[in-house]
Structure formats: structure tokens, C-alpha cells
Design a protein. Structure first.
Length: 198
């Protein structure tokens, strides 16, 4: 029996990536508050992704047999500080000014909750890290990018798949992880638990 796959994320980029690799899925987003306890970036994203998936599972109630719920969370880390979504354009300028000419890490946590026919649950939870190198940028380039409004809903104030691609020198690791989902790893996870096949 084919399993139902639910993506517990509002991110349009994660939807695009799952669609791109041929996964059929539904979207269900929980509005519950997520508070993490860890101070280590790799553990923070694991914790948040698991919370997102668990929150969606709790809202599904009994309608959870043969269902896989995927939760994901992405953070940008510079000098051991998490750079979240900017509060406004000036905050975006401040973050991008710090990132330019340097390398930083992007971590995405993924949680897959696999519910079997008897509602027994298997939890798969991991994080993937990618190092991103940003070229030196002028203030004019930074402000021109911020004026596009593209950075305003993105962790670290940039989207690697958009106009900011012009300033990416290189990356070490999974490109799609920086977009918001390490799809190759997610594909392998879904295949291993029998939720997806070609």
C-alpha cells in the first residue's frame, strides 16, 4: 500500500523541490509555537524540524495510518550566531553586509515521522550542513538586492536560487540544502521506508 506523504512546511521552495523529484504530497502547516532548547546549530534544526512534524501529527489525530510526515527547518549561521529572517530592509542590509566576502554555514534539519498500519511510529531525524562562500559586495549591490524584496522572507536575508546567485562564489555541500531541503537525502529516506518509488 502506498503511503500518504505530508509536508509540514509553508515554504514554497520546499514544495517546489519535492515536486521536482516526483514526490506526490499534501501540505499541512501547524501554527503552534516552536521553542528549541539546544544551542548547537545542527541540533537546533533537528529539534525544530521534529517539532514541526510532531505538531502536524497531533493535529491529524486518528487519520494517521500509513502516513509519512516531513518537517524541515533551515538556519544560516555566521560566527556561531543564527541569522534568521530580517525584521525589515535595514536588518537585511545589516545581515548581508556581514555575510559578504566571507563563508558561512547553512543547516537544514529534516524529520520524517513514519506511521504504520497500527499507528506505530518510526522517527528519522537528521541535519545536513552546507558551507556557502559569498563574494565581496558593494553597499550599492547590497541595497539593490534588498530593494527587490527577495531577502525579506528568507533566513540570512538571501535566496541562493534567486538574484543573489550573482554573489555566490561557491559552496561546499548540497546546493538544495541551502534552498531549503536536502532532496537527495529526503528521497533516500522516503525510499528506505517504502513511501516513494520510481
Amino acid at each position: 500500500m502506498k503511503k500518504r506523504i505530508i509536508l509540514g512546511s509553508a515554504s514554497p521552495r520546499r514544495r517546489e523541490l519535492l515536486t521536482q523529484i516526483g514526490v506526490e504530497f499534501q501540505v499541512r502547516v501547524s501554527e503552534k509555537e516552536e521553542i528549541y532548547k539546544s544551542s548547537v546549530p545542527e541540533e537546533i534544526v533537528k529539534e525544530l524540524s521534529l517539532m514541526k512534524a510532531e505538531n502536524v501529527a497531533s493535529e491529524l489525530g486518528e487519520d494517521i495510518v500509513d502516513t509519512v510526515i516531513i518537517g524541515a527547518d533551515t538556519i544560516v549561521v555566521l560566527d556561531n550566531e543564527i541569522l534568521g529572517k530580517p525584521v525589515d530592509e535595514e536588518d537585511a542590509v545589516r545581515m548581508l553586509t556581514r555575510l559578504q566576502g566571507r563563508e558561512h554555514m547553512v543547516y537544514t534539519g529534516v524529520a520524517a515521522l513514519d506511521f504504520g498500519p497500527d499507528e506505530e511510529k518510526t522517527v528519522i531525524n537528521y541535519s545536513v550542513g552546507t558551507k556557502v562562500y559569498v563574494n565581496a559586495m558593494t553597499e550599492e549591490e547590497i541595497r539593490a538586492y534588498v530593494e527587490t524584496k527577495d531577502p525579506l522572507d528568507k533566513a540570512g536575508s538571501y535566496g541562493i536560487q534567486g538574484r543573489f546567485a550573482a554573489y555566490i562564489e561557491r559552496i561546499d555541500g548540497d546546493y538544495y540544502n541551502v534552498v531549503g531541503l536536502p532532496v537527495s537525502r529526503v528521497y533516500r529516506t522516503l525510499r528506505e521506508i517504502g513511501a516513494f518509488s520510481i
